[in-house]
Design a protein around this ligand. Structure first.
Ligand code: AP5
Length: 221
C-alpha cells in the first residue's frame, strides 16, 4: 500500500494517518513530524528547517527531498507507506514519482481531505500537542484524558509555534497556491480521491477505509 494524504494545515491528515497506519499496519511518514523531531534534537537539518517552519513557509525542496530520499531507501518502507504532508508542491510530486519509478513502483492513491477554512481555524486553535511523544489532541474534539497533560506520557501539552493565527494564515495561503498543481497531477494520473473532511473523525476514516477496501480488498484490523 503506497498512499499519500493531502490536505490543508489542520485538515486532519495526522489524525487519519495514525488511524490508517495502526489499522492496516503500514509505516507512517510525516515530513512535519520529522522536521519537528530534528528541531527538538537540534540537528543540522533541524536548524536549517526551523526558521521556515516557525514562519509558516515550506522548507526548501533540496532539504525536504534529501530527507525523503533517505527515508524511502530504507528497507522497512519497501512494502508500503503512508506519506502525510508530502508531496506539497508539483516538484515534490514529480520527484516522488521518479524515486518510486527507480524501483518500478508507483503510488496507489492520493487522498485529499477537503475541509472549509472556517473549520480549519477551529481545529488548529484547539490543537494541543505533546513535544515529548508527539501525541496530538484537540481541547474540544479530542481532549486528553489527563486534562492539560499528555495521556500517553504525562508531559504538559503545548500549542505548536506555527499554530499562531497569523502564521496559520500564511500556511493556508501557501497551501492554496502549491497544492492545486499536485491535485491536478494526481487527478491526471487517476489516483486522486477527494474525501469530505467536514465530518467527524470516524466518518472520514470510514470513507477512506471503504476506498482502501475496494482498492486492495482488505479491511482494517
Ligand atoms: P505539517 O506538520 O505537515 O503541518 P500541516 O500540513 O500544516 O498539517 P498539520 O499538522 O497542521 O495538520 P493535520 O492535517 O495533520 O491535522 P491534525 O490531524 O493535526 O508541516 C508543518 C510544517 O513543516 C510546514 O508548514 C512546513 O514548514 C514544513 N513541511 C512539512 N512538510 C513539508 C514538505 N513536504 N515540504 C516543505 N515543507 C514541509 O488535526 C488538527 C486538529 O484537528 C487536531 O487537534 C485534531 O485533533 C483535530 N481534528 C482532526 N480531525 C478532526 C475531525 N474530523 N473533527 C474534529 N477535529 C478534528
Amino acid at each position: 500500500m503506497k498512499i499519500v494524504l493531502l490536505g490543508a494545515p489542520g485538515a486532519g491528515k495526522g489524525t487519519q494517518a495514525k488511524l490508517i497506519c495502526d489499522s492496516f499496519n503500514i509505516p507512517h511518514i510525516s515530513t512535519g513530524d520529522m522536521f519537528r523531531s530534528q528541531i527538538k534534537e537540534n540537528t543540522l537539518l533541524g536548524i536549517q528547517a526551523k526558521e521556515y517552519i516557525q514562519s509558516g513557509r515550506l522548507v526548501p525542496d533540496t532539504i525536504t527531498m534529501s530527507m525523503i530520499k533517505e527515508i524511502l531507501n530504507q528497507e522497512k518502507y519497501s512494502d508500503g507507506f503512508l506519506l502525510d504532508g508530502f508531496p506539497r508542491n508539483l516538484y515534490q510530486a514529480k520527484q516522488l514519482e521518479l524515486l518510486l519509478g527507480e524501483n518500478k513502483e508507483c503510488l496507489d492513491k492520493a487522498f485529499l481531505i477537503d475541509v472549509p477554512e472556517n473549520i480549519i481555524f477551529d481545529r488548529i486553535a484547539g490543537r494541543r500537542f505533546c513535544n515529548k511523544c508527539g501525541a496530538s489532541y484537540h481541547v474540544k474534539f479530542n481532549p486528553s484524558k489527563a486534562g492539560d497533560k499528555c495521556e500517553v506520557c504525562g508531559e504538559a501539552l503545548i500549542q505548536r509555534d506555527d499554530d499562531l493565527e497569523r502564521i496559520v494564515l500564511d500556511r493556508l495561503k501557501i497551501y492554496n497556491k502549491t497544492v492545486q498543481p499536485v491535485v491536478g497531477y494526481y487527478k491526471d494520473h487517476s489516483i486522486l480521491e477527494t474525501i469530505q473532511g467536514n465530518a467527524g473523525t470516524d466518518e472520514i476514516f470510514y470513507n477512506i477505509c471503504s476506498c482502501l477496501a475496494e482498492l486492495y480488498s482488505i479491511h482494517p484490523a
